[in-house]
Structures are given as structure tokens and as C-alpha cells.
Design a protein around this ligand. Structure first.
Ligand code: SF4
Length: 144
């Protein structure tokens, strides 16, 4: 993949668990370990959505997490990209039709990149990050 000049800085990522079983979250942790080391490309997790370019969401969005997810999304500066990690956030997955779900994620906030799987492998998550970079490049190019 060829990166344009439009996106010329590190990619900062904020992780939000909207009610996942923790399986997807463990795979995100695996994706940032030294085995893959995405930090050498400037990709790193940050502690505040206000600093982030990308929002990683795991889980099907429980009723209690709906407003929190919306607030976190609203705190991010433009341009921003949302990645939905795992089948639960995409469709409800194994929690589909559960009594306390307000999801899937796409019903609560706009999603740019879906990474399906239960749980997706680290390689699939990193592939999703590459797609997120491409989307951010387009957005930054449009902003000039
Ligand atoms: S997709 Fe699978 S691993 Fe991820 S939160 Fe749902 S049940 Fe857990």
C-alpha cells in the first residue's frame, strides 16, 4: 500500500469496550505486542479520545454503554475513523437479540471499517488499521 503525503503523522488509537466478552480486547492487546510492533509505524494506543484519530470499538453495545460510546465519539476531533472489532459489534454476534443491547455499533455511531471474526486475529486487526489509515488520508486530503 502506498501512503500519500496527506497523512503525515503518527496514528493514535483509542480503545472502547462497549460490552464485549473481552476476547476481542485480548486480540487487540496481542496486535500491539512486540511480535507485530505497530508502534514502529507510529501506531499507538492513547488514553484519551481527545488525542485519538481512530476509535476501536469492541462488543455489541449494551444499554448502559450506548451514551458513553456516543460521548467518546463526540470528544474526538475531525477527521476521525471508527473501527468495529469483532462480530458482536457488527451484528450482535452471540449476544444477538439479547434483552439489554442497543447495538450493533453502527446503530449508535458511524462505522468506517469492520473487522469481522470472533475474535478476529491480530493480523486482521492490523489489516483494518491499514484501511483506517487510507480512510484518514482521504479525509485529510479533502480538508486540504
Ligand atoms: S466477537 Fe466474539 S470475542 Fe469479540 S466480543 Fe463478541 S463474543 Fe467476544
Amino acid at each position: 500500500m502506498r501512503l500519500s503525503r496527506a497523512f503525515n503523522r503518527s496514528l493514535w488509537v483509542f480503545h472502547f469496550n462497549s460490552g464485549s466478552c473481552n476476547g476481542c480486547d485480548i486480540e487487540i492487546v496481542a496486535a500491539i505486542t512486540p511480535r507485530y510492533d505497530p508502534e514502529r509505524f507510529g501506531v499507538r494506543l492513547v488514553g484519551s479520545p481527545k488525542h485519538a484519530d481512530v476509535l476501536l470499538v469492541t462488543g455489541p453495545v449494551t444499554h448502559d454503554m450506548r451514551d458513553r460510546l456516543r460521548r467518546v465519539y463526540d470528544q474526538m476531533a475531525e477527521p476521525k475513523v471508527v473501527m468495529c472489532i469483532g462480530t458482536c459489534g457488527q451484528s450482535g454476534g452471540v449476544f444477538y437479540d439479547s434483552y439489554n443491547l442497543d447495538g450493533p455499533v453502527g446503530d449508535v455511531i458511524p462505522v468506517d471499517v469492520y473487522v469481522p471474526g470472533c475474535a478476529p486475529r491480530p493480523e486482521a486487526i492490523i489489516d483494518g488499521v491499514v484501511k483506517a489509515i487510507a480512510k484518514l488520508e482521504r479525509l485529510e486530503g479533502e480538508q486540504g
